[in-house]
Design a protein around this ligand. Structure first.
Ligand code: SF4
Length: 371
């Protein structure tokens, strides 16, 4: 008799199981270790890599094991593609409707050099962080996405991309920079990364996954302990007054505390990516570059400068190209590792949550017009 492993036997949506948890649940259900491992592996390979649905993937599993596996796999909560927009730079924006009728977005982003393709995924429906430059922030938080809904974005986008990519590479990188603050949905984000990186699923490298946060400092330690994916910190301002204006999270965790929390939790040998959106006349002056340099001192970090896309707040404008170059040069001269990253898909709504925001607006207008 296998040892009871104290794992849940309650069914989860098929795409929500971590491989290790599914093996443990199968053992708990009575399968021997090798049987449990083989059943989970065969089912996951068929479900993810071949893209079969739950039942077709179950048909690949020997009947004895399938009889134990089937009751653990609840029906999927499918995502339905409701819009796909391709930008001039081949960025592909995808809008999904969740099973409960909500809208989220993912974006497929081929690198300019054609050597890498990244998928940007959402971690929540809406977001409670209310950053001034972000359409999603205007929605407020509706709910967290489940593991199946996060991995499901990859599963569907991967199939769409494989149909159209021709000679371009498969999706190899994932960024959690779509709708939502990932560290506000830490458990599901960490589990989704465990699924995406597992050999039986897509076998992505954790080093090619980045989780972008506004700085939920209380969850830094848990994130680093439970995931070896990269952390990207969205800083965007050189001092507290301006950061609080752009990002309300700063009112609770000012920049000095944010830096202390980061340094206290960052494991030795790991570094962070710091993102800084440049807004004309707000945070792009030479004095701002110097304040930013000072904040970065002692932080093992690379810096990405991102010229702003026009967003929901008309006061937040894109900087001139000259201002971007001058800002970058000043930091390079000061020894900071810094790159400029231009937002992709500007012609189809380049900023966080813009497509879903625009869709919501259109739907609202339609509903109003229909009385
Ligand atoms: S930028 Fe990110 S954290 Fe801020 S409101 Fe938008 S989705 Fe939320």
């Amino acid at each position: 008799m296998p040892q009871p492993l104290n794992q849940p036997e309650t069914p989860l949506p098929a795409g929500a199981w971590r491989p290790d948890a599914l093996v443990a649940a199968l053992r708990h259900a009575g399968l021997r270790p090798m049987q449990a491992r083989d059943a989970a592996k065969v089912w996951m390979n068929a479900y993810y890599r071949e893209g079969l649905d739950r039942d077709a993937a179950l048909a690949r599993v020997p009947p004895v094991q399938a009889a134990q596996l089937a009751p653990l796999l609840a029906d999927d909560r499918p995502l339905l593609k409701v819009e796909e927009v391709v930008a001039l730079d081949h960025t592909r924006r995808l809008l999904w409707q969740t099973a409960d009728g909500l809208v989220i977005e993912s974006v497929i982003i081929p690198a300019d050099n054609g050597q890498r393709v990244t998928l940007c995924v959402s971690s929540q429906v809406g977001c409670g962080r209310r950053c001034a430059f972000c359409e999603t922030g205007r929605l407020g938080l509706v709910r967290n996405l489940g593991v199946d809904e996060i991995v499901g974005q990859f599963r569907l986008a991967n199939a769409i991309w494989n149909d159209v990519r021709d000679a371009l590479p498969a999706i190899s990188n994932v960024v959690f920079m779509g709708m939502g603050e990932p560290l506000d949905n830490l458990d599901n984000v960490v589990d989704a990364i465990a699924v995406l990186t597992h050999d039986w699923v897509y076998g992505l490298s954790a080093r090619k996954i980045s989780v972008s946060t506004v700085g939920v400092a209380k969850n830094f330690g848990a994130f680093f302990a439970r995931s070896s994916a990269n952390l990207a910190l969205s800083l965007n301002a050189p001092d507290d007054a301006r950061r609080s204006q752009l990002m309300p999270v700063n009112q609770r965790v000012p920049m000095a505390d944010l830096k202390s929390a980061l340094l206290a939790s960052l494991p030795r040998g790991r570094s962070v990516l710091v993102e800084y959106i440049l807004f004309a006349g707000l945070n792009d002056a030479p004095a701002d570059a110097e304040l930013l340099r000072a904040w970065l001192e002692g932080v093992p970090a690379r810096l990405n400068l991102i010229p702003a896309n026009p967003g929901p707040d008309a006061r937040l404008q894109s900087p001139t190209q000259e201002a971007v170059w001058a800002f970058q040069k000043q930091l390079l001269d000061a020894g900071v590792r810094v790159m400029v990253r231009y937002p992709h898909g500007r012609d189809v709504g380049g900023a966080c949550g813009q497509l879903a925001g625009a869709h919501r607006q259109k739907r609202g207008q339609r509903e109003e017009a229909n009385g």
